[in-house]
Design a protein around this ligand. Sequence first.
Ligand code: UN1
Length: 519
Amino acid sequence: MSRNITSIIAGTPVAGASGARIASTNPAHTSEVVADVSLGDAGTFVAAAQAARQAQQAWADVPAPVRGRSIAHIGRVVEANAESLARLVTREIGKPYPEALGEVREIVDTCDFFLGEGRRLYGQTVPSEMPDKQLFTFRNPVGVVSVITAGNFPVAVPSWYLIPALLCGNAVVWKPADYSPACGAALFDLIVHGGGLPDGVLNLVLADGESTFAGLEQALDQGLVDKVGFTGSSAVGSRIGELTGRHLQSACLELGGKNPMVVTPSADLDLAVEAALFSGFGTAGQRCTSLGTVIVHESVHDDFIARFDKATRQATVGDPFSDVVYGPMLDEKFAQRYEDYLGWVQPHHSVLGSTATGRITVANPREGFTGDPEAGIFYHPVIVDGVREDDAIFLNETFGPIVGVTTYRDLGDAIRLGNLPGYGLSSSIYTNEPAEVFAFRRGISAGMVSINNSTSGAEAHLPFGGNGKSGNGSRQSGVWVLDQFTRWQSMNWDYSGRLQKAQMDVTELTPDESFRLAD
Ligand code: UN1
């Protein structure tokens, strides 16, 4: 069944399409239309920001514990709709159904965390330098938050922004990816209906990237947006950072990754191979936390690569509603970009993991494929061994089912290689040596470090985010994200009945620093 969807501003669907009309299709069966979409334009974005601006103060006036109750209800309604939302995720972006259910679970986890935060949102009472004076801190909402998200996690990652932003008393304009609009509309409905949100507190804008950017620029110029959250490529993230910087704002940026996995001589190789398979090829390698390069000690390289090759050849690829390691690419545009990355394979590399490379078709088959490869956008998994540190494939994010392998001699060099591409999102080390664990943790530039675990699969209440090309140091999730969606206000209250001047009217004690104990 296909649905018609459009932007929703102040509770009202926007009639007509000022942008294009597009069809969102199922990447596992590209002839199946999931939704007919009326895109808006830059003006739609600005109108949504105006509606948010109008609704924000009244929402901030709702007591935080009541907003927390709203989040609690959203969690329960998402849970009650988990299977139908997960089915939609699988249909619209091709994520295997058990993973899609996990993605929905991540929204529920986020709601479960923040429902209680409505009763905390703690400020502090702080002692003053002076008598009869008291100091306090308060968290204030930022105002209007614009959230622009990718479609590889079309509902979980948006919830990391939307749920805490709403809980903190902000109004929101959300622009989901243009290849996952149906998932966007479904999550929008669950949040608005489930949470009982007043009109305009959450607004949905469906638009292409360039119109969104133009709309965001206009809304910032008009003073309608106070904070931007963006998940997507490093290239677009740096444009957004530049734009928000001009308005003296710092965006919350969650960008790409070239996530390393170091496999040391003491590693349990079977465990490392299982993790490399899941983090390299799960979600067809299209997570920002997907494995980029395995950096394996030269003494275990041959053994590791033989096992990794075998496991990858045996992995089932195909219909995301059946039992597969991964399904199709998210959308044709990712397939095209992925073909470019395949062009980075050089004669000095050895290619492993499948019977062929490139698109899986009847003429270019994958052994054990489930379903009809020609119906969708499916690609062979690729392991590229013998990667060198100046190879394009080593230095750049390659969103898709491709994993590089290189070797190292001492751990310092493995850490250097892990940091070399200049990203810094996630990382992993397989070792049974505690000293190696802590040396790696200290040396690696990534915001997230896994020990004997995959680079992907972060839990929803630990700080999530990266450094370098992966982001500007902002962190999402847990209590840490509250600093993105609130601003600290400090207050001092002098009830002494006189003007007590800070630093000047402070009582001095008379310490004797020359005092020594008698021997
Ligand atoms: C992303 O790909 O943008 O840690 C986020 C993970 C998921 C989130 C990935 N929980 O792999």
